[in-house]
Structure formats: C-alpha cells, structure tokens
Design a protein around this ligand. Structure first.
Ligand code: TRP
Ligand code: ZN
Length: 853
C-alpha cells in the first residue's frame, strides 16, 4: 500500500524549525471531526541552512491553511505538507490549519479512534500525524493547549484543566512535550478518584476513568498508582508535576498502555481487577504496568528521546525501574525469576532468530515493529549490568546527574552513558557494545582445582546475527559465590568483571574444591554453557543461598531431563524428582518460590535449547516429554501432595498480596499434579468451590490437561459471557491446553463462535495469539497451525497492521525446525508476502523472517 523507506540513525538532522506553542481545537464527530491547529513556529537556530517547512500528515482532509493569517496553498502529498523556504518569514510566524478526520472508521487504533462510543487517541510512535499536520518527531517539543467540543460528559486531554462549559473543555499542559505524548479522550465515563500529596506538599487529584459499571474494579490500580508515586519520590527523588493525573481504560488498544503526559491510556485488561475476575498474575501485571506508565513521567516525558532509535533510553530504563518497584513491593527473588523467565522466553528467542536487532537499532522501516523484547527487556538488563558495574552509589549519582542535566531534553544513549562516565569516572566505551551489537553472548565455564587454588575460566562467544557477522567481546559482570561441599557458603557473592574473550579468575585459600554458583541473580543476559553433573545441580537446588541460582539449578536439571527424553527417549531421572520433592515439601521456603520450581521449562524454550545444541527439535516429542515429566512428578510427590494442598486450602478472605498469591500458586501447582492421580475429581470440586479467578483458572487448566472440563467451560461462559476481559481467558485457556493435534481445529471452531470479535486486539491475541503460543499445536506437522495464523494475519492486516505485525512474530522461530516444517512455514510466509495491498508493517516482518533461509 504505502511505499516505505528505510530510516537510518546516521541520517539524523535537527528539525528546520522550533514549535513554540500549539493550540488545538477538536470538534468531535464520528465521521467528520474537525481539528484546528495553530502552531507558533520559528527557524531553528541550530540549523544554519534556510530550509522549507515540512509537516507530517496521513489521511487528513485539508480544509484550510493560513500563514500569519493569510490563506495559502501549500504542497500536499500522501505524507506531507510543505511550504517552500522562500514563502516563509525569517522571523517567528503562525501557521493555522484545519483538517477533517473520521475517527469511527479508524480500525488501526492509531491516531484518533473510537472504542465503544468513546473517543481516544494513540500517538506513539507516529500517530499524531493522523490527527493534524505537525512535525511528528520526538525532538520537536512544544507547549500544547487543547479545546475539546463534544456532546459528551467527560472531555480529557494532557496537563491541567483550565476551564469548561456545557459540551466543551480546555486543557493546558505547561510542560513542553513531543507530539507522541499528546492524548485526548471523550466519552461517557465514570471515575474512581483519590488524592495524593507530593513530598513537597502539593496536592494531586487522581482519577481512573472507566465505562459505567467498571468503577468498582479500579481500587487495585489506584492503590498501585499511589504506591508508584511514593516509590518514585523515595527511590529516585522524582515528584509528580501536574495538578491532576488521569488514567483511562479502553477495550480496544494495540498494546498494554501509554504514558501520555498526565493522561495515561490503558488497555482495560491492565486496569480492571476484582478477585472474581482477575488472576494473581493479572494483579501483578496491573501493578507493574501502572508503575511503568507512571515512571515514564520522568523517564520518557520530562526526558524524552531525540529520535526513535533511542527508544531504549526511555523503555529500557522504565522497565528497569518497574522491575525494581515490583521487586520492592513483592518478593524480589520471585520477581527476578519471573523477569528472567520472560526475558529468556521472548528476548533470547528474538535474539536467536531472524528478527534479532541491537538494543539500539541503526535502521528501521516501520518503527512500530521495534517495540520489542530486545528494546524493552534486554534494554532493562543492560541497565541492570551498568548498575552492577558502577555500584549502588555510582548509579544514584549518575541518575541524579541525568535528571539534572537532561530535564526537558530529547536525549540519546550517548547522553545517558556520558552521565555515568561523568558521575563515576568509568570508561564505558566497551560497555556501549551492549547497545550496538545484537545476539545473546554464550559464556562457557571451565574450572580447575589445583593445590588449594580454584580457577574459573570463562570464554565468551558472541554469535552472528542478521547484518552483524562479527562481534567484539563484551563487558560481562558475572556474580559468583562458592559453596563448600557441606553446603556452607565459603565465598559470598562477588562480582567478576569479564572484559576479554577468555579470562580466568583465581580463588585461593580454600580447604576443599568448592561448588560454584555462577551468574547469581542472573547478573548478565547471557547463556551459561557449563556441563555439570546432575548431582551438583541438585546440590545447588538444595543449598544455594542465591534464590535465583537455587531456582536456576532446578531449571537446568529439568531442561536436561526434558531434552534427553525428547532426543534420546531417556526416562525421567530420580535425581531431578528427588531434588524437586525436597523443595516442594520444604515449608521453610516461600510458597511462591516452590511454585516456580514446580513450573516445568516451556516447550519453546526446550526447542530453542535443542536447536542451540545443533539438533532438530521435534515439537511433538518435546510435548510428550513434558507431559511424561509431569506424570512422573505426580507419582514421585505422592501422598504428600494431598497434605500440601489441604494445608494451603485455607479460608482466609481474599487479598491480592504477594504472600497469598504465592500460596495460591503452590496450591494450584499441587492441584495440577494431584489431578494426574485422581482423574480430575479434586479439580472439578475446586472449580465449583473457587472463590477467585486464580482458583477458577487453575482448576480449569488441570481439567483441560486431562482432556476434561467441557461442562466447566460451558458454565464459565454462561457466567462471564458479557465480560470481554474474562472471556479472553476462556478462549486462550482452551487453546493453550488443547492437544497439539487438535489445537488448530479447536481454534477454527472458536473462530466460528459469535464471540470472536477479531477486530478487537485482545480477542485476536486470545485466539490467534494463543494458537501461536501453543508450541506443539502451532508447529504441528500438518501445517494447519501455520496456515490458520497466516490467513488471520492477512485478514487483520488491512484493518490493523500494527497488531497483525506483532502477532506475526509467531513465525520468527521457523528456521529451527526440520525441512518439512520449514517448507510449510515458508509457504505461509510467502502467502503473506504475495498478498495484494499488504501493509508496510507486516511486509517488513515477513521479509525479515524469510531472509533467514
Ligand atoms: N510507550 C508505551 C509503553 O511502553 C508502549 C507503546 C508504544 C504503545 N507504542 C504503542 C502503546 C502503541 C499502545 C500503542 O509504555
Ligand atoms: Zn514504556
């Protein structure tokens, strides 16, 4: 459809003009909204050349254009409005445009659109150009005033409310901002309100706006917001800076949430929660995302990005901050394990495939395709390493300097690293490779024990990635502890700083050969390659004082067992079963931690590991191996499971606390295993007695794994049929737990039900995305999974290319598999590429994925 060009970091040039202020008037109408924009402009003194004025715009009907009050006829094409240099004054001038747009027909959910009768906007990254003519780039920052005219009760925009009357409202944002942070909402909404007093004593009104009826489900989000505001004051010294903070929940949203200045807009699934409708995981995600968007107020809004190549400047840092926050609110160890599991499941997978790219990419076609696990999750890990290297105090000095020096700026990664160099005196030139080189380093570990001297030797390999065949050695902070054979810790955690391709570290004065605990806390986003006997892993699972590595030992053991079963038809080993049994029944350990240990490695993860060993993963065999391990575990844990379940099945009133969530997680893990022994009796009664959505979903999952639960699915739908967020779970759960041979057919059946509202991104992901996430189902040798997903991507693409492109990453692992599967996957990608009118978004993804083979 649209001819798309590659954009390069190296081509950056400041904008020709400065925008001193923006006045916007919106006359809202579903099919004919008028947007009047008055821009005060002047030539940018940083640009010596006298350039023309080029504004971005897409799908706008130009009604009028005036320069300093005089009507003019600028040059307009499909993407820009241009006024020639010789027509522009040398001094400041005013440009007024009026355009017409049609929010009702906007299915892409970018720009101004409608969701169930409510108007809302999404401007990041380049959606503002669908609203009005403007320099839509983050380094152009300006002061926005907004007037909204509409016959609707609630009219919101950024900043502070200044005045309002019947059917209109005016807003003024005192903080200069880039256009991507603009937001507008109008609709029949209800508020859940509270107030917050900042550290310096200013009162802030807080409102969460939702559709009528939903205001009873906002308490947890509000509580999370208040805790986030307090935490950012206490930990980073950052106060909120407006009189109001608004959050709006919408049902049709492409991503999780958006940090618009003073007016965050959220996917309703990350706001609304009650014990009956939200699982414990939902509660944890709501807390994290509310915090994330709030934290953007400083890391993203007050300091924004110079250009979209610097996206990790705000996203990596803000993810890092929300991880810190969740760690402080909950169990830090459990959070760390969960975060690393996500990193490995999404980012390592991305880094190992055709879509691999650096944390700071150097070129892109469609920026929406770069809101990735690498930019977000690896971007956060890079900051974690930086913090380890400069220490707690160094990190604090650097951050204070960052806020001081760059408040109000559109900054770069160079600016970010410079504050660390200036605050700590450290040379970060080698560290910077983490931003420019893609791929997950592999760190091989060798050990030697000789005359009382213990030596650890690390060798790093940095694998080739698309466009980057050769890599340089990276700085890798490796946190290590040493344990005595009796289980005592002889060397508590120290940080080894690896800077060369191969490097040894010596430990002297030890009485016996120690057992090493390496990469404690997952101190760097690398793959550790260390052959260790099962007994040593079991020893660490029992004795390691580092919670992450304790869990990691069990996981490594489980992965080896699973890979051996899948590859060689081995049987489940008693080493693993015994080690896991002792953790499961160790009441001195946090229940949440024990539940994590009982969660077996994912099938996609094992496929990745087998591929990295140079072997072909067979999805069906991996699936069977995982089921076999679950069965063997159920037998090994035996009667103890019943006791565990009973102990955890208390009558305490519901609380979303991490402690209670941990108990529920362990109880559900026990229930899943018990079901293997009792044919589903306990799970059926647990479903009937469930007092929270966590328990309801846990019991239903156990039944679905036994190929039961049909009656329960019917009653679930009868109860929750009118709640879209809950019904998303109903769709996703059945597909996730379907037999691999039937997953595609089941998905097709569900697609045929009236509830499959495929234009809603949440529902599309709950159905099509769920099939893509069922590893053995999606990669079933019939090819049905590939075809069904490809067909639906093509169907969604003309309406919502952004979501279609995101879901298409289902195919990023195709080069891992056997020739027959590769042929089928390639055929599916070819079908996508040959579609007429394919969006630039999906085309870029399909081309990059196909380029791998
Ligand atoms: N900046 C948002 C965040 O990380 C995410 C985001 C980027 C987004 N582009 C979007 C959200 C498009 C919705 C739609 O918090
Ligand atoms: Zn973000």
């Amino acid at each position: 459809m649209s001819e798309q060009k590659t954009v390069y970091l190296a081509d950056y040039l400041p904008y020709s003009h400065l925008v001193d202020s923006v006045d916007l008037t919106f006359r809202l109408h579903p099919t004919a909204t008028r947007v009047l924009a008055r821009l005060k402009l002047r030539p940018n003194p940083d640009r010596k050349d006298r350039d023309h004025l080029r504004l971005d715009g897409e799908g706008l009907t130009l009604i009028s254009c005036r320069l300093d009050g005089q009507p003019i006829a600028p040059t307009v094409d499909a993407q820009s409005l241009t006024i020639a240099a010789h027509e522009l004054p040398h001094a400041p001038f005013t440009l007024e445009t009026e355009v017409e747009i049609a929010p009702e027909g906007n299915t892409a959910l970018e720009g101004l659109y409608m969701s169930k009768g409510m108007y809302c906007t999404q401007c990041e990254a380049e959606g503002f150009r669908k609203i009005t003519w403007y320099p839509d780039r983050p380094d152009v920052m300006s002061r926005f005033k907004v007037r909204i005219e509409a016959d609707l009760p609630v009219l919101l925009s950024n900043g502070n409310p200044t005045s309002q009357g019947p059917n209109w409202a005016e807003w003024d944002d005192p903080w200069p901002k880039p256009a991507y942070l603009f937001a507008l909402v109008a609709g029949d909404l209800r508020a859940h309100s509270a107030a917050f007093t900042t550290a310096s004593g200013r009162k802030v009104d807080l409102h969460i706006w939702v559709r009528p009826g939903d205001e009873t489900r906002c308490a947890y989000a509000m509580d999370s917001l208040i805790r986030s505001m307090r935490w950012d004051e206490q930990v980073y010294g950052r106060e909120y800076d407006l009189e109001v903070f608004n959050i709006v929940a919408v049902d049709d949203f492409n991503m999780g949430a958006m940090e618009n200045k003073g007016l965050n807009i959220f996917n309703s699934r990350y706001v609304l929660a009650s014990p009956e409708t939200a699982t414990d995981d939902d509660y944890a995600r709501i807390e994290a995302i509310i915090a994330h968007e709030y934290f953007h107020n400083w890391t993203g809004n007050r300091i924004t990005c110079r250009d979209w190549f610097q996206l990790c400047l705000k996203e990596g840092l803000t993810v890092f901050r929300d991880h810190q926050f969740s760690g402080d609110m909950r169990s830090a160890a459990v959070r760390r394990i969960e975060d690393v599991a996500t990193l490995r499941g999404r980012q390592f997978r991305e880094d190992a495939g055709p879509l691999a790219h650096p944390v700071r990419p150097e070129s892109f076609i469609e920026i929406n395709n770069f809101y990735t696990a690498t930019v977000y999750e690896k971007g956060a890990e890079v900051i974690g390493m930086l913090k380890s290297l400069v220490g707690e105090a160094g990190y604090k000095r650097a951050l204070d300097l960052y806020f001081d020096r760059h408040d109000g700026d559109a900054a770069t990664i160079e600016d970010w690293l410079q504050v660390f160099e200036d605050a700590t005196g450290r040379d970060l030139s080698q560290f910077k490779l983490w931003y420019s080189e893609a791929g997950t380093p592999q760190v091989k570990v060798d050990e030697a024990w000789d005359n009382g001297v213990y030596t650890l030797t690390f060798t790093q390999k940095n694998p080739a990635t698309p466009g980057q065949p050769k890599k340089q050695p990276k700085v890798i902070p490796i946190k290590v502890g040493l344990l005595n054979p009796n289980g005592d810790e002889v060397v508590p955690t120290i940080m080894l700083e690896m800077t060369r391709a191969k490097q040894s570290f010596r430990f002297e004065g030890l009485a016996a050969k120690p057992v090493p605990s390496i990469l404690r806390g997952f101190s760097a986003p690398v793959v550790l390659d260390r052959k260790a006997p099962a007994a040593e892993r079991a020893f660490l699972l029992a004795h390691d004082t580092d919670a992450f590595n304790k869990w990691e030992a069990g996981r490594a053991l489980a992965k080896e067992v699973m890979a051996d079963i899948a590859l060689k038809g081995a049987t489940v080993t008693s080493d693993w079963l015994d080690a896991l049994a002792s953790v499961t029944f160790d009441d001195s350990l946090d229940p949440a931690f024990r539940a994590l240990c009982l969660r077996l490695p994912g099938e996609d993860d094992i496929a990745q590991t087998i591929h990295a060993m140079g072997r072909l993963p067979d999805p069906a065999k991996i699936h069977a191996a995982r089921r076999e391990m679950t069965g063997a575990l159920a037998v090994r844990l035996g009667e103890g499971l019943q006791r565990l379940y009973k102990d955890l099945d208390d009558n305490a009133p519901f609380s979303p606390s991490a402690a209670q969530a941990g108990r529920r997680a362990l109880k559900i893990a026990a229930l899943g295993l018990l079901s293997r022994r009792d044919g589903g009796k306990l799970a059926a009664s647990a479903f009937a007695r469930a007092r929270s959505m966590t328990e309801e979903i846990g019991a239903l999952s156990a039944l679905l794994d036994l190929r039961q639960g049909q009656a329960e699915l019917v009653s679930f739908a009868a109860r929750w049929g009118r709640d879209a967020n809950v019904m998303d779970k109903w769709y996703a759960l059945q597909i996730a737990h379907a037999d691999p041979a039937e997953a595609a057919d089941l998905t097709a059946t569900l697609i045929g039900t009236p509830g499959f509202d495929w234009k809603n991104p949440n529902r599309f992901r709950a159905v099509i995305g769920a099939l893509a996430a069922n590893h053995a189902g999606f990669h079933h040798r019939s090819g049905k999974g590939y075809r069904l997903v490809a067909d639906w991507l093509l169907k969604l693409d003309p309406l919502n290319p952004q979501t279609a492109a995101r879901v298409s990453t289902a195919f990023e692992t195709w080069p891992r598999y056997d020739a027959a599967r590769r042929r089928l996957a390639r055929a599916a990608l070819d079908t996508i590429l040959s579609a007429p009118d394919l969006s630039g978004d999906l085309r870029e993804m399909a081309e990059r994925m196909l380029s791998a083979g």
